[in-house]
Write a protein that binds this ligand. Structure first.
Ligand SMILES: Cc1cc2nc3c(=O)[nH]c(=O)nc-3n(C[C@H](O)[C@H](O)[C@H](O)COP(=O)(O)OP(=O)(O)OC[C@H]3O[C@@H](n4cnc5c(N)ncnc54)[C@H](O)[C@@H]3O)c2cc1C
Length: 222
């Protein structure tokens, strides 16, 4: 299996960092091919704009999706964007490792999506959802929260975690064709004992060993 792990956390010694390394080491030891995008380490610029491209269709008015279509035609994506696109095209399984920030992706990871999921090459022309460019590939969100699990149930004060993740599952990953695996969520690692955190890492590694055999989940559509 070819696995891409996209990861962002501002501190490599964080629990997210430990989850990232757990996944990379487990897949490598099991003989899978692994590529990574450690966005903090890469100093990935999350701000979308003309820097996404090496060329210009319209120098007078910046319309991102039109520039994306043009760059798809002529191979005009900047090197940092093109290499991220190639990694996604290469992988069978893509994992995003991140802390939940403001009920969503932290800004650098969101900016990675804004810049890399480009119209033309990654979606569009009728290629969306079940007919998406990345159909046949699978995606896994692996995240941590500050809040406890009981705060993320239906009717609890944060609401259902499935609803919080739906814009990512449906609006980003399924939109471009990925099948979605059940998210790996570690609730409140800060409040755990060291032993409990180590157990979470072991549980995650054990799950990843069997992940090739997992079936996608239904993320629900309103
Ligand atoms: C801007 C912002 C917005 C936020 N929004 C939300 C929100 O909407 N909802 C919400 O629930 N939370 C929110 N949070 C909280 C955030 O989600 C959590 O702080 C984060 O998920 C915790 O993960 P971490 O990797 O940062 O933990 P860390 O604090 O880095 O790690 C927790 C502990 O694990 C230890 N550790 C590291 N490696 C290992 C290892 N190998 N073995 C054992 N222990 C280890 C660390 O030393 C530390 O003691 C927000 C935080 C910020 C800053």
């Amino acid at each position: 299996m070819k696995v891409l792990v996209v990861y962002w956390h501002p501190e490599s010694q964080s629990f997210n960092g430990a989850m990232f390394r757990t996944a990379c080491e487990m897949f490598a030891e099991a003989g899978h091919e692994v590529k990574t995008s450690d966005l903090h380490e890469m100093h990935f610029n999350p701000v979308s704009g003309r820097g996404n491209f090496t060329t210009v269709k319209d120098p007078n008015y910046f319309k991102q999706q039109l520039e994306e279509l043009y760059s798809t035609e002529i191979g005009g994506f900047s090197a940092e964007i093109a290499s991220e696109m190639e990694k996604i095209e290469w992988c069978d399984l893509m994992i995003w490792q991140f802390p939940l920030w403001w009920f969503g992706l932290p800004a650098v990871l969101k900016g990675w999506v804004d810049r890399v999921f480009a119209m033309g090459r990654i979606y569009g022309g009728g290629q969306i959802y079940a007919g998406g460019v990345f159909r046949g590939k699978r995606a896994l969100l692996s995240l941590t929260t500050g809040g406890p699990e009981e705060a993320y149930r239906k009717g609890a004060f944060n609401g259902d975690i499935a609803g919080i993740l739906r814009p990512i599952h449906r609006g980003m990953l399924q939109f471009v064709g990925f099948d979605i695996l059940a998210p790996q969520i570690v609730y409140g690692p800060v409040r755990m004992t060291d032993e409990q955190r180590k157990q979470q890492l072991t549980t995650y590694a054990e799950r990843l060993q069997r992940i090739a055999h997992e079936s996608p989940i239904d993320v629900g559509i309103y």
